[in-house]
Design a protein around this ligand. Structure first.
Ligand code: A2P
Length: 344
């Protein structure tokens, strides 16, 4: 007997991708339920070659549901996840609401799968920020080999990370530029069409943004608290795919050739690194793909043991929906949950 899975936020960018990935990977589900706000009740979303009617998250009874993949924003997660967890349904949450809670494991299966056992305290597992997920997939095998001391990362983040409203804003502004209509900015703080914005999420007291803080806090929680990380997070006019320029300082010697070999073998990584025109990955090519792509691997001669990398991944997949489904697979494959219907 298979599992009963709910996807909360099923009408959003990430929720729709979760349904696609559950179907693509043949997740062992007997039943999949789509949930969103009362606004969406009765609308339909695709699940493989089927369609699912959307139900109201607010009134849904989770007592016979095994896993809830949640991507309905932080406020909804704070409100609903504890109630869902208390009904014996494991929540895998894509928002930042639970990531820094010591009783909630923050998981990237290629990086810290063993930490998942801590989920039983609250029945909640957190999925990392999109920029952090792809970053730690690339850092983990290099850290295992040469011990990372410090990372400097600059992100180039696509508008889909800001939800479907972010994608609509880039589309509408781009169109408005061509037809000379007035440019309206609602989702982003400045015009995003033909521009870049060095501001994602709210400002913090020290002048960093919350998005930048998330990258360092989450890298420390998942990979190693001793690693020093600093970040500049930038929104760029790309629909799907986050890119990162990553400068790494190691404790021990590691050459660019060694790093290339290690990353070629590493789970979740794909190296595309030819020193020729087009011999590297761009976000456009990463859209719809599962891998974390690594290009432009170079030694940084300004420090004792340094490397530069270009890391790109589909932020809706590895940065969100794919990683969430992989966490659900980890729960199932390690026998950490049993289907309720089977258990009854
Ligand atoms: P809805 O479409 O009914 O508003 P995105 O991040 O792409 O904008 O998507 C957000 C998702 O989260 C949507 O599916 C949205 O549903 C859902 N959502 C947002 N707030 C709530 C809420 N309070 N209760 C249930 N679903 C919510």
């Amino acid at each position: 007997m298979g599992f009963k899975i709910a996807v909360a936020g099923a009408t959003g960018n990430v929720g729709r991708e979760m349904l696609t990935i559950l179907s693509e990977r043949g997740f062992p589900a007997d039943e999949v339920v789509a949930l969103a706000s009362s606004r969406s009740v009765g609308t339909e979303v695709s699940f493989g070659d089927k369609t699912l009617k959307v139900h109201n998250l607010d009134t849904y009874d989770f007592s016979d549901t095994d896993i809830c993949l949640m991507s309905a924003g932080g406020a909804a997660s704070l409100k609903y996840s504890p109630k869902i967890g208390a009904q014996g349904c494991v929540v895998i949450d894509n928002s930042s609401a639970w990531r820094y809670d010591a009783e909630v494991p923050l998981i990237v299966p290629e990086v810290n799968p063993d930490a998942i056992v801590g989920f039983t305290k609250k029945n909640i597992i957190a999925n990392p920020n999109c920029s952090t997920a792809q970053l730690v997939v690339a850092l983990k095998p290099l850290h295992d080999r040469a011990t990372i001391k410090r990372v400097v990362v600059s992100t180039y983040q696509s508008v889909s990370g800001a939800g479907k409203d972010g994608m609509d804003e880039l589309f509408n502004q781009t169109r408005a530029v061509f037809v000379a209509d007035p440019i309206e900015s609602k989702k982003f703080t400045k015009r995003i069409a033909f521009n870049v914005i060095p501001h994602i999420d709210v400002f913090m007291e020290d002048g960093y943004t919350k998005e930048e803080w998330k990258v360092l806090a989450e890298t420390k929680k998942m990979l190693d608290p001793k690693i020093r990380v600093t970040c500049t997070a930038v929104r760029v006019p790309v629909f799907i795919g986050h890119s990162e320029s990553v400068n790494i300082e190691f404790e021990n010697e590691i050459t660019a050739d060694e790093a290339r070999e290690i990353l070629r073998e590493a789970p979740g990584c794909q190296v595309i690194d030819k020193h020729e025109n087009g011999g590297y990955i761009t976000p456009y090519e990463s859209a719809g793909e599962d891998a974390t792509y690594i290009s432009r691997i170079r030694e940084d001669a300004t420090v004792e043991h340094g490397l530069n990398l270009w890391v790109v991944s589909d932020n809706l997949r590895k940065g969100a929906a794919l990683n969430t489904v992989q966490i659900a697979e980890l729960l199932v494959n390690r026998g950490l949950i049993k289907a309720k219907k089977q258990a009854a």
